[in-house]
Design a protein around this ligand. Structure first.
Ligand SMILES: Nc1ncnc2c1ncn2[C@@H]1O[C@H](COP(=O)(O)OP(=O)(O)OP(=O)(O)O)[C@@H](O)[C@H]1O
Length: 323
């Protein structure tokens, strides 16, 4: 398939073929007043992925999403969604950006009917069936006739996602879908995202929560101050960093000596624990060696690198969720 890139200032430029659901090249947004919200962004979102668009508040996620949806014009660069011209792509894209305003006194069904009526791409004759299917998809069939004001936070957000699923979608774009939800609502939305992805829809989901992206996504791009810090599969992002072993023991020098004698690198004592790079060693053999040498082991853990470590390693900064 030939991808069609939307170019800043030129609606449909030709571009190299791509199987990706979203591609951007040098995508940039400078707001009036000079603020660069998105700075030369090169993204590649594989079809079928659950792609976490991760960054602290203010790092440019919403602005990028608004450009991809044609709501904000880029200052420079190009982008392609589903490899199609915008007018052909948008009907196949469901989006949740700054949640739709629902009427509190109307039911879930009535709200979705109203929402659909405002969609210029929707096929009118099929609205009842599409609303029913979307409610079913998000698990709200039983509550379809209930007034919106009686919905829980999780149900409200699931209804917002249903609004994005009123047509057959190849790509779902969700901007911070768990923001402002209680723990139960957050769990519901994360589970729903995974289910939608399991049906074959590519999901592009922004979040400022590292752990959320790690749990929910197959791939991630990490943003900081408008710039891309890293992107790839979660495993490849974490893979560049070393896995460590952590031993809790009353005999720190003894444990450090044993780890050193086994050939583990970077052995150090830190706050009542002994840490070392695991390398190719088996944790159970390390445990056996410690016990065999008479070192009491209170706890032994394999510490795998997290996306937070990736962020800190690449930027030298902590991941400040308050931006
Ligand atoms: N319309 C605008 N005019 C001027 N500056 C803007 C505008 N919209 C966003 N910005 C600025 O661009 C930067 C990126 O904002 P953006 O909303 O894209 O970030 P974000 O990562 O989505 O953060 P959040 O999750 O807080 O929305 C911020 O510094 C913001 O203040």
């Amino acid at each position: 398939m030939t991808a069609v890139m939307q170019e800043a200032g030129a609606p449909f430029g030709a571009a190299p073929p791509s199987g990706d659901a979203i591609v951007t090249e040098g995508l940039t947004k400078r707001f009036r007043g000079g603020q660069v919200a998105v700075d030369a962004l090169d993204l590649a979102v594989p079809r079928g992925s659950v792609f976490g668009f991760l960054g602290p508040n203010g790092s440019g996620k919403t602005t990028t999403i608004r450009m991809l949806l044609g709501l904000v014009a880029p200052t420079a660069g190009e982008y392609a969604v589903l490899g199609l011209p915008q007018a052909e792509a948008l009907p196949k894209v469901g989006a949740l950006v700054e949640g739709p305003a629902f009427y509190p006194y109307l039911s879930g069904t009535a709200n979705l009917m109203r929402f659909d009526a405002a969609d210029p791409y929707a096929v009118r004759g099929t609205v009842r069936r599409r609303v029913e299917e979307a409610l079913e998809r998000v698990g709200l069939s039983a509550a379809a006739g209930k007034r919106y004001r009686n919905y829980s936070l999780g149900m409200r957000q699931r209804l917002a996602i249903a609004a994005a699923l009123l047509g057959p979608r190849e790509l779902l774009i969700l901007d911070e879908p768990t923001n402002g939800l209680d723990p139960q609502g957050t769990r519901e939305v994360r589970a729903l995202v995974k289910e939608i992805a399991a049906d074959g829809t590519t999901v592009f989901v922004s979040s400022h929560l590292l752990a959320e992206v790690e749990q929910m996504c197959t791939h991630a791009a990490i943003m900081r101050a408008g710039r891309l810090v890293a992107q790839g599969t979660i495993a490849s992002l974490n893979g560049g960093l070393v896995t460590r072993i952590r031993v809790e023991t009353p005999d720190e020098p003894g444990a450090a000596r044993v780890l050193g004698s086994l050939g583990l690198a970077e052995v150090r004592i830190e706050g009542g624990q002994v840490l070392a790079e695991l390398g190719g060693h088996a944790p159970e053999q390390i445990n056996a060696a410690l016990v065999g040498e008479g070192v009491a082991v209170r706890g032994l853990a394999v510490v795998r690198p997290s996306l937070e470590d990736v962020f800190v390693g690449l930027t030298g900064e902590g991941f400040d969720v308050d931006g």
